[in-house]
Ligand binder design. Structure first.
Ligand code: FAD
Length: 284
């Protein structure tokens, strides 16, 4: 299919892009890697009069690992996330999760900013960012502001990002302890049937902190504080893990679709979470 006609803009600064967004209102949309947006345009499922390509904005690129603080520019591709050695060392869960996104062709183009800003519940990065307690930096006509990943997602494709704002970077503290990203998908290149992001810290055989978030099991990613709390203070025995799975199950709200009925998705979610807890514990 061929998209409808649109005017193409290629600003070279965030402020110029924001100005274009403010000028054209809901007739305009920014494009990063284009691997979620362009298919929608080709299928005529979205109608855009002004396409604002962010690719020439150098300030949106790059990864910095400074002590325990990590900052990733919105235009950083999934391929770059996988291949950055400093990032893989400081936050290996990003490397592990990025390798499970789509296929190499998509990862060469898809960006972290597009992945988290899109609000697609099937995307892997939003749940991971909630697990990491990341902060999104956004910029609009009235300047910069920060939004926690855990507060960002409102419904499928609805987020706290204003229509005239651009997501410029994600920031988080380097995670400590063990980690795992477990994803069940029907085939290579598919979105998750269910996925679990887990971070665990242990001390003297007891869990001192745990962060758990789930992907594609509701119309937003699900960070379950109760699931993490069920593990804290335990030695991650069967009772504690079952309590975490139960708390997660109460937080999700999967819908039946071509990836399976609701009961199946709840079952797979439990399997993914158990596997992720076990692997994170081994690494803690
Ligand atoms: C075949 C296929 C399989 C896929 N499988 C997976 C998968 O398994 N897991 C997964 O996570 N993803 C998957 N994806 C999605 C892929 O990772 C996308 O590239 C990504 O989600 C969107 O990133 P993008 O840079 O391409 O964004 P774009 O397509 O350019 O933009 C997506 C949306 O976000 C907005 N946007 C983009 N950047 C910004 C910004 N900086 N600030 C504000 N708004 C912005 C755009 O306006 C648009 O609405 C798949 C895609 C394809 C085509």
């Amino acid at each position: 299919m061929i998209p409808g006609s649109f005017e193409y803009h290629r600003p070279d600064s965030v402020s110029a892009a924001v100005k274009l967004l403010a000028e054209h209102g809901d007739e305009a949309r920014v494009m990063a890697g284009g691997h979620s947006l362009v298919p929608l345009m080709k299928m005529r499922m979205t109608d855009i009069d002004h396409l604002i390509d962010l690719q020439a904005i150098g300030d949106l690129k790059g990864i910095s690992v400074d002590g325990g603080k990590i900052r990733i520019g919105a235009l950083t591709t999934q391929h770059e996330l996988i291949n950055d050695k400093g990032l893989a060392k400081a936050a290996p869960i990003i490397h592990e999760a990025s390798l499970q996104i789509a296929d190499p062709q998509v990862r060469y183009m898809g960006t972290i900013g597009g992945n988290v800003a899109n609000g697609d519940p099937g995307n892997d990065m939003p749940g991971l960012m909630q697990c990491l307690d990341a902060t999104y930096e956004v910029e609009g006509p009235s300047g910069k502001r920060e939004i926690k990943a855990r507060d960002f997602y409102e419904a499928a494709y609805f987020t706290a990002l204003g229509e005239d704002e651009i997501l410029t970077a994600v920031e988080f503290d380097a995670p400590k302890g063990g980690y795992a990203y477990e994803k069940m998908k029907r085939k290579i290149g598919d979105y998750a049937t269910a996925a679990a992001a887990v971070l665990i810290e242990m001390d003297g055989g007891k869990c001192t902190s745990a962060s758990i978030a789930m992907t594609n099991l509701s119309d937003t990613p699900i960070y379950s504080e109760a699931a993490g709390q069920a593990l804290v203070g335990s030695s991650l025995g069967d009772d504690a893990v079952s309590a975490a799975v139960k708390a997660m199950d109460e937080a999700i709200n999967p819908a039946e679709d071509n990836r399976g009925p609701v009961d199946f998705k709840r079952h797979v979610a439990g399997v993914m979470l158990r596997r992720a807890i076990a692997r994170a514990a081994e690494r803690a």
